[in-house]
Design a protein. Structure first.
Length: 149
């Protein structure tokens, strides 16, 4: 249940230019990571649904989930392409000068600002919140059914 949510936070961190500077994920790696995380979420939801409802049609759930996953990934890619901003050099906060990739180091945590909530980040966090709510609800239903049995 927690692997997909931890992966989303890790992906957000890997794309934080203020923390990683020129070492942020390239676009192709974000596409791959987003696809893997989406498949993890789908498989996790299928596992939890089959645990709570053992007679559920797994094939139908997988096909419907796969279709929703594909639509979600396309929308995510469109939103991400729209808000993508890349810079060649990275400006160091303390000095205000640009450094090449090889010389860049992360600034002190005290100098880092709050992360900017882009549309892609908002969508990722809302998706994560929805996933966690559904998974917790399914686990509560399972615990209640085991407690009453």
């Amino acid at each position: 249940m927690l692997l997909p949510s931890a992966s989303v936070f890790l992906l957000l961190l890997c794309n934080d230019r203020e923390v990683l500077g020129p070492w942020v994920n390239p676009g192709w790696l974000n596409v791959l990571a987003s696809t893997i995380i989406a498949v993890l979420v789908l498989l996790s939801l299928i596992l939890m649904a089959t645990t709570v409802f053992p007679h559920i049609d797994v094939t139908a759930v997988a096909l419907i989930g796969g279709a929703v996953l594909a639509i979600g990934l396309v929308l995510f890619a469109l939103i991400g392409a729209r808000s993508r901003r890349r810079a060649a050099g990275v400006t160091v906060i303390a000095t205000g000068q640009e450094l090449p990739k090889e010389e860049w180091t992360m600034p002190s945590l005290a100098l880092l600002g709050r992360p900017e909530w882009t549309t892609g980040r908002k969508v990722a966090m809302l998706s994560l919140r929805g996933y966690l709510l559904v998974s917790v609800a399914l686990l509560i239903v399972k615990a209640a059914s085991l407690g009453g049995a």
